[in-house]
Ligand binder design. Structure first.
Ligand SMILES: Nc1ncnc2c1ncn2[C@@H]1O[C@H](COP(=O)(O)OP(=O)(O)OP(=O)(O)O)[C@@H](O)[C@H]1O
Ligand SMILES: [Mg+2]
Length: 368
């Protein structure tokens, strides 16, 4: 499956990967906002969610089930924790891949206490039988536990206390309709603006006791690919650099020198992204060129180029996908400081018309 493969590729230590590194969990939890007021950006989701929670508090009931979707590192887990915190309820955490049998889910559900918040991460990866059990639990707060096998099997109905399910997914398109419909509220998280990331960074720097200028924050924010997880990771690298170089107050120059050293450029591209872009522009005159040829030119697996580098390049309008191959967009030449030739592919109206936009259900879209 694309997801596993994408994850495997991301496992190479990549500073601008949006997925979390194994040893990063603890560092992250230290920086997680604890309530909705501290949660930066995502204004619409925040407002809607705060209404849902407030209403359920007024009614004295557990909140509606909440589905959070969006690319990695934008705050789904953080929001799930905030929901429990704001409801003053205990939080139980599990994930789709951990629930392979209906029995796994039954064990969790039957031990929930009243009002508890159950967070199911990567809910799109749950098994079918577990999913069907979840439908009934969400709707009627009831499960049927099957005892025995074959002809002698009986199902024992079990009532559950009211609970709030918070599901998170990077791939909303993969959720079956019946599951999606059972959530009372769906929040889709968007990439953050540079200004919002500056606020995330200010908060993190405060917690890390780092002195930094406004321009310093702006510099790190603009290289963070719209993602708080990446912003916080880059901030830690800048802090290391400042410590080693005896810099007490980090300004824009210090931040950019540090991040240049880590090969994260002004738009947040790393070495792989840049080599793909440079090859496309210099070796293939801006395309169109087939994906596999492009991959050979940069000495990478086709899949690495497609799942690791391309999604962000497409999102940034630097690279275009057409039926005839990959093309460099105007911004690519500009970013590399090169003039685009008269006959550059992106100027061809036919190719422009055939540009495939980022597609909601594209298996690779959220894997950058
Ligand atoms: N709105 C925000 N304000 C401040 N910090 C944030 C915000 N959103 C995310 N972060 C920070 O970014 C990090 C990653 O967030 P989180 O783990 O919630 O992402 P996620 O959407 O669950 O990612 P994944 O899909 O990989 O599970 C956390 O350490 C958190 O502190
Ligand atoms: Mg998460």
């Amino acid at each position: 499956m694309a997801r596993e493969d994408g994850a495997a590729v991301n496992a190479r230590d990549r500073l601008v990967s949006a997925t979390d590194e194994p040893d990063e969990k603890q560092l992250e939890s230290a920086l997680r906002p604890a309530n909705l007021d501290e949660f930066v950006g995502q204004k619409r989701v925040r407002q809607q969610l705060s209404l849902v929670l407030e209403a359920s508090r007024l009614r004295g009931r557990s909140a509606d089930h909440v589905l959070l979707s969006g690319p990695p590192g934008l705050g789904k887990t953080t929001l799930a924790m905030i929901i429990a915190e704001e409801m003053g309820a205990p939080l139980r955490i599990s994930s789709g891949p951990a629930i392979q049998h209906a029995g796994d889910l039954a064990a969790i559900l039957s031990s929930l206490t009243e009002g508890e918040v159950l967070f199911l991460d990567e809910i799109h990866r749950m098994s079918r039988p577990a999913e069907e059990m979840l439908y009934m639990a969400m709707e009627d707060f009831r499960v049927d536990i099957v005892v025995g096998k074959g002809a002698g099997a009986t199902s024992i109905p079990l009532d559950l206390p009211p609970f709030t399910l918070v599901g998170a997914t990077t791939r909303a398109g993969l959720l079956p309709g019946p599951l999606r419909d059972r959530f009372g509220f769906t929040g889709h998280l968007e990439f953050y603006s540079v200004e919002e990331l500056e606020l995330v960074l200010r908060r993190s720097a405060g917690l890390m006791d780092l002195a930094m200028t406004a321009e310093g924050f702006a510099e790190v924010a603009s290289r963070s690919r719209g993602t708080p997880r990446i912003a916080n990771r880059l901030l830690r690298r800048v802090r290391d650099w400042a410590l080693v170089h005896g810099v007490e107050r980090i300004d824009a120059r210090a931040a950019s020198t540090a991040l240049d050293m880590y090969e994260v450029d002004a738009r947040g591209l790393d070495r792989l992204d840049r080599s793909v872009l440079t090859a496309l522009v210099t070796k293939f005159n801006g395309g169109p060129v087939g994906l596999s040829t492009l991959a050979i030119a940069v000495g990478e697996e086709t899949e690495t180029v497609e799942t690791v580098a391309e999604p962000y390049l497409v999102r940034e309008g630097l690279l275009g996908r057409t039926p005839r191959g990959r093309i460099a967009m105007a911004a690519a030449w500009e970013h590399l400081g090169l003039p685009a030739p008269e006959h550059a592919a992106y100027r061809d109206p036919a190719l422009r018309a055939a540009l495939g936009g980022p597609d909601e259900d594209d298996a690779t879209l959220f894997e950058d």
